[in-house]
Ligand binder design. Structure first.
Ligand code: ACM
Ligand code: ZN
Length: 575
């Protein structure tokens, strides 16, 4: 065991020592910047003053202030930016020629110039710059590291650490490949509190991810306070217990009640926190399927009138909302009215996945609606499938009239889909390809590459029990979002996202472990032009990121260095 650890540690040290070396023309920043050119000499961050262009906006100033505070804490003496650019030191400069998310970092022995045209650009520049600084920037108690050579971290007295704050002279120009850079979190299957959600947003921000897809409702729990429908949370947010592993037949439960929801004040707090890091929160209210928790609270929303129970098992339920009843649409609209108030996002995700039609086939109200609408089964789809299109279109109209757009899972493509919908392609890339070819915008989330609830390694017997399939970081990294998309349709691919479904993930440490370091790979798919991708260089960057995760207190997988498994985890393992 000890020998294995030493071998792995020395492999890591060799990788890390290649990293950040000007000779190799690589730099420890993930996602890798578009242009990196090394110069001569180095810049001493520890001795530098910080000065600020008067044109920097208020939010940009907040980013600089946070940077200065972290620097001061790390160096043991307070730092503050001064108004007006000085002749040397760290200088935050507004350059209106740069695009909205673009930034430039110019490091010479005299100056570290950080240039952007917006607060977002400054924020992304600071994320990059911070990765060039010693781990102490992220946590003053972290051990010292020599950044110029990325040597193995070694403890040293505080005063000595100052000599490690030199960064190489380098010119960096950077901007993202995709505008939509998403990360998802399912809080229905297991609830995660506000503190964890903020920590999740922090690590997303470090990767320049700018969309947080918050899966707030599902069969196993309704997680957002809706004032018009209080039973959604008083009834729909709790289940008496949860199925153990995959014990469907015969059912075996864990006997542990599970619940939780966010008040509207907490939702506002998270939305504001995300915005301060240039992250837009996209809420998902999954409909018309995946609604049993809501139907347990309001049984009249289902075809049979219930009773229904908040689900304790995983999978796809046959009980779904009844679109034959006007009351169902009154409910959806009432919920969306409050969602719109809480979330300024242009997009609202309305789900649309995994909606069996068996209840609709038997329901007199649904059949009456089908007859009234003149929906007919044809060679491609059933009348009930067209009824789902009716639901999607009606909700889309409602949101469009209020200035919002819909995103739906790729099932919404089946049958007729109204113009203006955005498709989230999860059952492989085919849905995204079809959507783009037909003029719909699409976001790529193919499960085989970007479902981070899948095993981190092939050695599943060492991994925490997961819902499916090994999907190591190398596989995630190999995904090319535009493959198979004709050149003319490529503009419809808005971006890339990864999903964390939480059926088998109930603790923050486990959730972090599943997304890290695969989020490193995700961020390169989202940010880097394909020619900048290089798995060997990327692995070196991951070694650097792991030290940052240690400093910030995130758990993560070391499988990329041949060490599968979550240290300290005592739950069930994969089989
Ligand atoms: C999904 O994974 N059901 C979108
Ligand atoms: Zn019905």
């Amino acid at each position: 065991m000890k020998l294995r650890f030493l071998l792995a540690a020395s492999a890591l040290a060799i990788l890390a020592s290649a990293c950040c070396s000007p000779k190799n023309e690589t730099i420890c920043i993930i996602p890798e910047p578009q242009i990196v050119n090394f110069g001569e000499g180095s810049f001493d961050v520890a001795r530098a003053a910080i000065s600020i262009d008067p044109a920097v906006c208020e939010l940009g100033r907040e980013h600089i202030a946070e940077f200065a505070i972290r620097l001061g804490n790390a160096l043991g003496s307070p730092r503050q930016g001064v108004e007006g650019l000085k002749d040397s030191g760290i200088r935050f400069i507004i350059d209106k020629k740069l695009a909205e998310e673009q930034y430039v970092i110019d490091i010479t022995p005299e100056c570290a110039d950080i240039k952007a045209s917006t607060a977002a650009g400054l924020f992304y520049a600071i994320q990059s710059l911070s990765q060039l600084l010693p781990d102490k920037y992220f946590n003053p108690d972290a051990i010292c590291t020599e950044i110029e050579t990325c040597q193995k971290p070694k403890p040293c007295p505080k005063s000595l650490c100052r000599k490690f704050w030199k960064i190489p002279a380098v010119h960096i120009e950077d901007s993202p490949r995709f505008a939509y850079r998403g990360m998802h979190l399912d809080v229905s299957r297991h609830f995660f509190g506000v503190d964890f959600v903020k920590k999740y947003l922090d690590v997303m921000a470090l990767h320049k991810i700018n969309r947080f897809h918050w899966h707030l409702s599902d069969d196993q729990g309704w997680r957002i306070e809706i004032k018009k429908y209080p039973r959604l949370t008083s009834v729909g947010s709790t289940r008496p217990e949860t199925m153990l592993l995959k014990n469907f037949e015969p059912y075996v439960g864990d006997g542990i009640p599970h619940g939780g929801y966010y008040t509207q004040d907490e939702i506002r707090e998270v939305v504001a926190y995300a915005a301060s890091k240039h992250i837009t929160v996209i809420p998902e209210i999954d409909l018309p399927g995946h609604m049993i928790a809501a139907m347990a609270a309001y049984p009249e929303l289902g075809c049979t009138g219930g009773p229904y129970k908040v689900w304790q098992i995983w999978g796809v339920a046959n009980e779904v909302l009844c679109p034959g009843k006007e009351k169902t649409f009154e409910f959806i609209e009432g919920v969306l009215d409050e969602i719109i108030e809480l979330f300024p996002s242009e997009y609202i995700h309305i789900g649309g996945d995994e909606c069996p039609k068996s209840a609709w086939e038997k329901c007199p109200d649904c059949q009456k609606r089908i007859a009234e609408l003149g929906l007919k089964t044809d060679e491609k789809h059933t009348a009930e499938q067209y009824l789902q299109n009716y639901v999607t279109a009606r909700v889309q109209d409602y949101l469009n009239a209020r200035g919002r757009k819909i995103i739906g899972w790729d099932e919404i493509l089946e049958g007729n889909l109204a113009k203006g919908a955005t498709v989230m392609s999860w059952r492989g890339a085919a849905g995204g390809i079809e959507a783009a070819k037909n003029g719909f915008d699409a976001i790529m989330v193919p499960a085989g590459y970007l479902y981070f609830d899948y095993y981190q390694s092939e050695a599943v017997e060492k991994e925490p029990f997961a819902i499916c399939c090994p999907s190591p970081i190398e596989k995630t990294y190999s995904f090319e979002p535009l493959e198979g998309i004709p050149a003319k349709a490529q503009k419809h691919i808005l971006g890339v996202q990864a999903n964390l479904w939480t059926e088998y993930i109930s603790t923050p440490a486990h959730a972090e472990y599943m997304v890290l370091p695969r989020m490193d790979a995700l961020s390169e798919l989202q940010w880097c032009q394909p020619e900048r991708k290089d798995y060997e260089r990327f692995k070196e960057g991951v070694a650097r990121m792991m030290r940052i995760y240690d400093a910030l207190g995130y758990s993560y997988s070391r499988n990329i260095f041949g060490e599968p498994g979550l240290p300290g985890y005592t739950g069930p393992l994969g089989q």
